[in-house]
Design a binder for this molecule. Structure first.
Ligand code: FAD
Length: 625
């Protein structure tokens, strides 16, 4: 029987990060996946990042993961979203070449000597005394291992729907995974059913591009990864996307199909994503809206298919085709493939702990869609954490838990474990209470230390971050000491309709003013001091970071103070085997929820819905005594 340290089940976005992290930490890894050539396949939209999801990609990258590296190599349009809003919500997004993305992932996973990709399907988990011992596969093989990470995506008992017809499958053209859900249920796990959907694909040449609104990428695109060579970036020619809209006519055609909709006839039992609704869902939920925006996104440089973003649907194919032809620019469009919905099994995530290890079986980890999330980036974030933790467990080292105050990945996992989820969970910046501290620009200063500690980030990259860190702190100090005279700056202030100054003021104070950039002020500094400031001005990206820290200093400080206060509760650990039945005066609901979720700390306990402040007080008194 073959023997591995770790078996990773599934070569999707979670499985890629989990298997590479674990192998780079010195473990032998078997990545068992149903189709070797489908590793890293994008099931839905050919894009990485976006609001809050871009933050996740940067965080995975800073920990030493590969989603950003692959996205940079295969991106065909890069944009920073939300640039008109505050820096906390700026987010990178790229349009990807779907085929090249997957090819790059296949190539990457085959390039590690201690990582073996095995094409098979896992039917069951083997365990002894509640600890994993191995897996058995559909082709009749058994592999021994010390840890297993299940990253099965939308494949567990997957069922695809278009109109009233349904077909078994994990996604278009791929079989479902059977047997594994049942094996987990037999071990005592509870499963649930979720659904997600995808829009139709259109033939590129059949679209009237001339009359559509164009959306270009950024003029100076920025890569996701700290490891991407900026001199070579972007690697591929860049393309434009296009925008169009539905209207009342389109809506009324779609409504004709509602009596054959698997969503409205009850054929689909799984709960769908509230924040990524299908077009039929949007028509019902936002009936007052005259139109919905749609994006026409190329699937790749040499692909003849276009992804109709915003038009996810499982209505009958003929209704989809009829409605689409009433959309501006799509009058003569050819639908290459109809949209569909997929239902699949997931395991409500209160069953894992903050390291993503299951509470029931030692050495068994869940990551990605199986935990109820939706999205490539959410999957990758969990994948790398599960991979690191499985390796740490085998090496008998302490587990790795990211805090809510230091990362979106920490927020994601804490939300999943503490609140669980009954509908597909996607990340939003609003889910993070400390979002001003969790910016894309400071991700290296937040997380690179962990990637370095686990051997996933090179010393060179770590040292570069240290240099940037000291540059910013020296810069802040310098700017708080250097004064500008009224005669140096008043002309600029007047030209911007800003109130002039009467006495000399420090640069950092001036830079806090809205409408005034740090660069504009630095240009005015005395020539004799220009050496230092030219150095600052030249380092464009660092200057941006410095500016953010200066402009938002007050808010950042307030959030940091809050973190210090709440951190005390996070540091008050609760023993995992704590018996909540000993707490006589606690509420019944509180006892039930605490026993089910078994929080890691008092801080986590406070976030469990149904646990009241008085339950927490009782718990605190008991733990202190
Ligand atoms: C139709 C459709 C529409 C979607 N729409 C959206 C959307 O609008 N927005 C969004 O954010 N996300 C959407 N998604 C979800 C997105 O694809 C997933 O969130 C993401 O891919 C999850 O990553 P993952 O690594 O968990 O799993 P996946 O990327 O699904 O990968 C799972 C992998 O596991 C393998 N596998 C499964 N079971 C076994 C087994 N027993 N043995 C061996 N291998 C196994 C599969 O072969 C596959 O390689 C959609 C998915 C589908 C299918």
């Amino acid at each position: 029987m073959r023997n591995f340290d770790i078996i990773v089940v599934g070569g999707g976005h979670a499985g890629i990060e989990a298997s590479i992290a674990a192998t780079q930490m010195g473990c032998s890894v078997g990545l068992v996946t149903m189709d070797k050539n489908a590793i890293g396949r994008m099931s839905c939209n050919p894009a990485i990042g976006g609001s809050a999801k871009g933050h996740l990609v940067h965080e995975v990258d800073a920990l030493g993961g590969f989603m950003g590296v692959i996205a940079d190599k295969t991106g065909i349009q890069f944009r920073i979203l939300n640039k008109s809003k505050g820096p906390a919500v700026w987010a990178g997004r790229c349009q990807s070449d779907r085929k090249l993305y997957s090819q790059e992932a296949v190539h990457l996973t085959s390039s590690f000597s201690n990582l073996e990709v095995i094409e098979d399907s896992i039917l069951g988990i083997l365990e002894e005394n509640k600890s994993v011992t191995g897996v058995k596969t559909q082709s009749g093989k058994e592999f021994k291992c010390k840890a297993i990470i299940i990253c099965s995506g939308t494949f567990l008992n997957g069922l695809m729907h278009t109109g009233l017809s349904s077909e078994k499958g994990g996604r278009f053209g791929e079989k479902p995974a059977t047997g594994l859900t049942e094996s987990l249920i037999n071990m005592g796990f509870i499963s649930g059913r979720l659904k997600t959907g995808t829009p139709p694909r259109l033939k590129k040449d059949s679209i009237n591009w001339e009359i559509l609104e164009k959306q270009n990428g950024d003029e100076n695109p920025k890569p996701f990864s700290l490891r991407t060579d900026k001199n070579q970036f972007p690697f591929l020619p860049q393309i434009s996307c296009y925008i169009t809209y539905t209207d009342r006519v389109v809506h009324s055609i779609l409504e004709k199909g509602f009596d054959k909709s698997p969503m409205f006839t009850g054929l689909i039992e799984g709960v769908g994503p509230r924040y990524c609704p299908s077009i039929e869902d949007k028509i019902v939920r936002f009936s007052e809206k005259e139109r919905h925006q749609l994006f026409l996104e190329p699937e790749g440089l040499d692909s003849d298919q276009i992804y109709l973003n915003g038009f996810s649907t499982s209505l009958p194919a003929e209704i989809q085709a009829e409605a689409i032809q009433k959309i501006k620019g799509l009058e003569n469009v050819e639908m290459v493939r109809a949209g569909y919905a997929v239902e699949y099994d997931y395991f409500p995530p209160y069953q894992v702990d903050l390291s993503l290890e299951t509470k029931l079986i030692t050495g068994l980890y869940f990551a990605g869609q199986i935990n109820g999330t939706s999205g490539y980036e959410e999957a990758a974030g969990q994948g790398i954490v599960a991979g690191i933790n499985a390796a740490l467990k085998i090496q008998k080292r302490p587990e790795f838990i990211l805090k809510r105050s230091e990362s979106y990945i920490g927020v994601l996992i804490d939300d999943l474990v503490s609140k669980s989820t009954k509908e597909p969970y996607r990340m939003f910046t609003s889910r993070a209470e400390h979002r001003l501290l969790l910016r894309q620009d400071n991700v290296d200063r937040r997380l690179l230390k962990y990637g370095y500690e686990f051997g996933l980030i090179s010393k060179e990259l770590y040292n570069e971050m240290k240099e940037r860190e000291s540059f910013i702190s020296i810069g802040k100090e310098l700017l708080s000491q250097t004064k500008i005279l009224p005669n140096q700056i008043n002309q600029l202030l007047e030209s911007k309709n800003l109130s002039e100054i009467e006495n000399a003021e420090t640069i950092d104070k001036l830079a806090k003013r809205p409408g005034l950039s740090l660069k504009e002020i630095l240009i005015l500094v005395d020539q004799k001091e220009s050496m230092v400031y030219n150095n600052l001005i030249d380092k464009n990206e660092l200057l941006e970071q410095l500016e953010v820290e200066i402009k938002y200093e007050g808010y950042i400080k307030r959030q940091e103070d809050l973190v210090i206060k709440t951190e005390k509760l996070e540091e008050m650990l609760i023993p995992l085997n704590f018996n909540y039945n000993n707490l006589k005066t606690i509420s019944t609901e509180g006892r039930e929820k605490l026993s089910k979720i078994r929080p890691h700390s008092i801080g986590q306990a406070t976030r469990i819905s149904g646990v009241t402040p008085s339950d927490i007080s009782v718990l605190l008194v008991y733990l202190k005594s």
